[in-house]
Design a binder for this molecule. Sequence first.
Ligand code: ADP
Ligand code: MG
Length: 339
Amino acid sequence: MNVEPFVTFNKIGKRWNGQLGVEDITIQIPEGAFVALLGPSGCGKSTTLRLLAGLETPDEGEIIIDSVDVTEMAPSARNLSMVFQSYALFPHLSVAENVMFGMKVRKVPKEECMEKLHNALEITGLLGYEERKPGELSGGQRQRVALARAIVARQPLCLMDEPLSNLDAKLRNSVRRDIKKLQRSLGMTVVYVTHDQTEAMSMADIIILMKDGRIMQIGSPQELYSEPQNTFAAEFVGAPPMALISGSAIKGAEHASKVGVRTEDVTVVEAGKGRLTCTVSESEYLGVETHVQLEHPEGKGLVVKLHGYASLVEGSSVDIDFDDSALHYFDENGNRMAS
Ligand code: ADP
Ligand code: MG
């Protein structure tokens, strides 16, 4: 079955006075997918989202939503809703008025308005808060109001730009699960901007990893984790990041510029029996395990995880080992090699 993508970016480029925003962005998003735009600050995530929303116009390329070329269309003609980091609520309006604002503008009949309001507040756990003003709500509740407003819009496409970054860690986890559940039950297509790889890994069906205005890799969370296409993806995805070692330091890997290995593939062995001899730099006890940072002149990001509490003396020497089958090979441009 050849299903037409719901959203297509075809070679999109955007510059400001010649300065790069994004370049050569080609994306295909299936209907009902949860897509994360992931990358460090300034890499072009918001620009990409704003181009999709119609808040920016590309210098080249075209954008298709649901088989319609929307490249030159106004935001209001694109059938989408947006949730921003800043909530963008009206401070003088109540929760109910904020959520119903769009429906009022579109002159939706009163009864339908009330029904949709009730439904959206129920889904977001805000029943009973109808009359409160945004100033009388916590950050998490405000973000839920913004979500409720996106839900009542009932648009097939919802765009979110770092919607959780104002919340504390605990709340972030619970709202994260709420958003995911909502997206599934409403069958929405969501494009979600984040710089947080944990968020992208735990929520997305598809991750679009960006750097310096360009796409570095597109794939499922598992694909990005287990087959990073370049050293940037290897280091950006996963906690801790993949360790990178000079190929020249590893027997049989001299053809590669860099060799990557995940912490779960590294074991500590008896002195003199490992493939690399490292120095312990720091131990981090996390309860269930201890992360031990290692130093090696030819490597960076080397970490071994030891079960439970482990005390390794700083500055002491540790031999580590790994299988060839666990290694990832990268060439001098940082691109993945077959073997
Ligand atoms: P991100 O959301 O990934 O942090 P942005 O998409 O906001 O990144 O920005 C990408 C690049 O485009 C940055 O270098 C930023 O300074 C630039 N940029 C974004 N918006 C504008 C604008 N309106 N005018 C000029 N430069 C901009
Ligand atoms: Mg941004």
